[in-house]
Design a protein around this ligand. Structure first.
Ligand code: NAP
Ligand code: GCO
Length: 260
């Protein structure tokens, strides 16, 4: 049974993975046997990422690439296919959030979030799928969110993007399942990374709020996503397609801690 979770001989691209959730997922995929490729938008972060991977014993291939730039993404995928090989596993992890009340958010700010969190997974998946078809199959994992299911104040663009990403996941599963490509999502709960650092600042009311909404009464860690990512990247999930696996400590199942 453990062999079903092996990624030996597989090539994995994790976008936006110089740190945070992407770094943790890439590390887990490596530990399962995969060759790790990642990109980031800033050269210094790619360099820092390569060094951080090296410190954990991982020889990761790092590239500077803005995932919203279709030409740059196409060039990156062709370069990877030439230098390393056809990608078996794609994790669309790169993402941004802007926390602004909707009526105060400009259309440009809205577009920027949609561009990174929804358009980019389309662009990167579109570039990678032909190679997967040629190779006889592949795995695409889209990093969704609680906001694929729920809304809250100030995150209209992010929720719209992550809701759309849930349906893009299902559509890729529908359109390319016949080519032995499985496309699923991981929906993290509230995870302690730089993206949520403002919400976890000392005394921020959101911190107590999330603890009251999470049965586990803790923030998630990037490492909590490692096992689910290996499962969805491996042959253990070959008949799982179009599924969003929520890794949220039970938030979506829980009304919240009743006041005493
Ligand atoms: P993070 O700490 O903000 O890291 C995001 C990563 O994406 C960074 O490496 C960032 O690079 C990269 N990135 C942003 N825009 C990019 C672009 N245009 N091209 C290439 N790379 C780009 O976020 P995180 O918390 O690790 O989240 C990772 C993913 O999980 C995101 O999709 C996020 O929406 C999702 N998620 C997070 C949580 C959470 O609680 N943290 C929960 C659910 C879902 P730079 O630093 O150079 O910008
Ligand atoms: C927020 C948070 C969330 C998390 C995550 C939850 O402002 O509510 O940033 O959006 O990042 O997406 O799953």
């Amino acid at each position: 049974m453990t062999n079903k979770f092996s990624l030996n001989g597989k090539i994995a691209l994790v976008t936006g993975a110089s740190y945070g959730i992407g770094f943790s997922i890439a590390t887990a995929l490596h530990e399962a046997g995969a060759t790790i490729i990642f990109n980031d938008i800033k050269p210094d972060l790619v360099e820092a990422g390569i060094n951080a991977y090296r410190e954990t014993g991982i020889h990761a291939h790092g590239y500077v690439c803005d995932v919203t730039d279709e030409k740059a993404v196409d060039e990156l995928i062709r370069k990877i296919e030439k230098e390393t090989g056809i990608i078996d596993i794609l994790v669309n992890n790169a993402g941004i959030i802007k926390r602004i009340p909707m009526v105060e958010m400009s259309a440009e700010e809205f577009r920027q979030v949609i561009d990174v969190d929804l358009n980019a997974p389309f662009i990167v998946s579109k570039a990678v799928i032909p190679g997967m078809i040629k190779k006889g199959g592949g795995k695409i994992i889209n990093i969704c969110s609680m906001m694929s299911e729920l809304g809250r104040e100030t995150v209209s663009a992010y929720a719209a993007a992550k809701g759309g990403l849930k349906m893009l996941t299902r559509n890729i599963a529908s359109e390319y399942g016949a080519y032995n490509i499985q496309c699923n999502g991981i929906g993290p709960g509230y995870i302690a990374t730089p993206q949520t650092a403002p919400l976890r600042a000392a005394g921020h009311p959101f911190n107590a709020f999330i603890l009251s909404k999470t049965p586990a009464a803790r923030w998630g860690t990037p490492e909590d996503l490692a096992g689910p990512a290996v499962f969805l990247a491996s042959e253990a999930s070959n008949f799982v397609n179009g599924h969003i696996l929520y890794v949220d400590g039970g938030i979506l199942a829980y009304l919240g801690k009743a006041p005493k």
